[in-house]
Design a protein around this ligand. Structure first.
Ligand SMILES: [Zn+2]
Length: 356
C-alpha cells in the first residue's frame, strides 16, 4: 500500500489517515530516548512503603504487615488525583445530576452541558462545572524497581494483571472504571517504577459510550452477534493484521490503527468485562517482549483496557497497547484524526517476526 487511505474504526466510527512513509521499516524510527534513573528515592520500591499514602490493598503471598514489605503488588491512592472520593454522607448536587452509566443520556447529552440546559427554556450557564468524584489509584506492578512491564518475569505479569482486575472489581459500582498504564517520560508517566493507574468515575467517557452504542446497534442489527467478535473472526481468516493467537486471546494490529505498531488484545470468547475474565496475561507478555525486540528496552508505551460500563451486559472487552514512538502533532489536535505512517499490515508483519 502506498497511497494514503482513510480508514474507519469499526468500534468507534473514528477516522484515521493511514499514510505510509516512503520506506515502511521499523528502523525508520528513533524511539524516544529513555534512560531510567534507577531506584534512588523511588516511593514504589519495596521498603519505601512509608513514602506513599497508606495502601488500599496489597498482595502478600507470604503474609506480612500492612504498609510493610513482602508484597507482590501494592495499591495506593494517587497522591495527585484527577478525581477524588465523595465524602461519606455528602449529598449529590441537586441541581446537576451526575451522569449514569447505562442511562441513554450518559455521554453525549450530559445534564451539565450548557447548551442542553438552554433547551429547557432557561438561560444557560456557559461555565458550569461540578465536583469530579471518583477514585484514582496507583497499582504498583512489582516490588522491584522495574521500569518496563516487559521485565516482569515468570508469573509476575499474571500477578500484576490479576491485581488490575481485582481493583477494577472493587469499583464495580462506578459508572466506568478506566485502567491505564503509562511507561516512559514521553508517555505521560511521572514515576518510572512500573505501575498501572485506575480511575473509577461517575460518568462514562464519550469514546467508551460511543463504542458501547455501536456494539449495541450491531447486536440489534444482527440478532445477537458481537461486533468485535465478528471483526476478530475476519482478522483470523485474513491473517494480514493478526500478530499472534492462543487459546484465550488474539493479538491484532487494528484495521484503523491510530499509531504505528498499535496492538489490540481481544478475548476469543466475547466477554463484557475484562475484570470478570481471566485470560490475556501470557499474550500481553509476548506483545511487550515483541516491542522490546523491535524498539529496545525499556520501550515507552501507553496501555489501556476497555471494558463494559456499569449496567451494560453486551460488550466485548479489549486491551490496547501503543508504543510511544512519536508525539502528537497539531493535525491530530486540530482534527481528532490521527495520521499513521505505518500501515497496520506492515506493523503486523514486523511484529509477527519479533514475537516469541
Ligand atoms: Zn522503584
Amino acid at each position: 500500500m502506498s497511497n494514503p487511505e482513510i480508514r474507519i474504526d469499526q468500534l468507534t466510527g473514528g477516522r484515521v489517515l493511514v499514510a505510509p512513509g516512503r520506506a515502511e521499516r521499523p528502523d525508520d524510527f528513533t524511539p524516544g530516548e529513555w534512560h531510567p534513573a534507577g531506584h534512588e528515592g523511588c516511593p514504589f520500591c519495596e521498603g519505601n512503603e512509608s513514602a506513599t499514602p497508606p495502601e488500599v490493598e496489597a498482595d502478600r503471598p507470604e503474609g506480612g504487615t500492612e504498609n510493610g514489605p513482602g508484597w507482590a503488588t501494592r495499591t495506593v491512592p494517587n497522591l495527585y488525583p484527577a478525581v477524588t472520593p465523595r465524602e461519606a454522607g455528602q449529598p449529590e448536587d441537586a441541581r446537576i445530576v451526575p451522569d449514569r452509566a447505562g442511562a441513554e443520556s450518559s455521554a453525549f447529552s450530559s445534564p451539565a452541558d450548557p447548551l442542553l440546559a438552554s433547551g429547557r427554556g432557561s438561560e444557560p450557564d456557559m461555565f458550569v462545572s461540578r465536583p469530579a468524584y471518583g477514585s484514582h489509584e496507583v497499582i504498583v506492578n512489582s516490588p522491584s524497581h522495574l521500569a518496563s512491564l516487559a521485565e516482569l518475569e515468570g508469573d509476575s505479569l499474571s500477578t500484576a494483571v490479576a491485581a488490575w482486575r481485582r481493583r477494577m472489581r472493587a469499583h464495580r459500582d462506578s459508572a466506568y472504571v478506566q485502567l491505564i498504564l503509562n511507561q516512559g517520560p514521553d508517555s505521560g508517566a511521572s514515576l518510572e517504577h512500573s505501575h498501572a493507574q485506575l480511575g473509577a468515575m461517575e460518568f462514562v467517557p464519550p469514546a467508551v459510550a460511543r463504542e458501547r452504542e455501536r456494539v449495541g446497534a450491531y447486536r440489534e442489527r444482527t440478532a445477537g452477534a458481537s461486533l468485535l467478535g465478528e471483526i476478530l473472526r475476519e482478522e483470523i481468516r485474513r491473517g494480514d493484521r493478526l500478530v499472534a493467537i492462543d487459546d484465550e486471546v488474539a493479538l491484532v494490529c487494528p484495521w484503523a490503527s491510530r499509531h504505528p505498531y498499535e496492538m489490540r488484545l481481544i478475548p476469543r470468547r466475547p466477554t463484557a468485562r475484562f475484570e470478570e475474565d481471566e485470560g490475556g496475561a501470557a499474550m500481553l507478555g509476548r506483545a511487550l517482549r515483541a516491542l522490546t525486540e523491535l524498539f529496545g528496552n525499556p520501550c515507552q508505551l501507553n496501555l489501556w483496557v476497555r471494558t463494559a460500563p456499569r449496567g451494560v451486559e453486551h460488550f466485548h472487552w479489549h486491551l490496547d497497547l501503543i508504543p510511544r514512538l512519536e508525539p502528537a502533532s497539531a493535525f491530530e489536535m486540530a482534527t481528532g484524526v490521527d495520521i499513521n505512517i505505518v500501515s497496520p499490515e506492515t506493523a503486523a508483519e514486523a511484529l509477527r517476526k519479533a514475537i516469541d
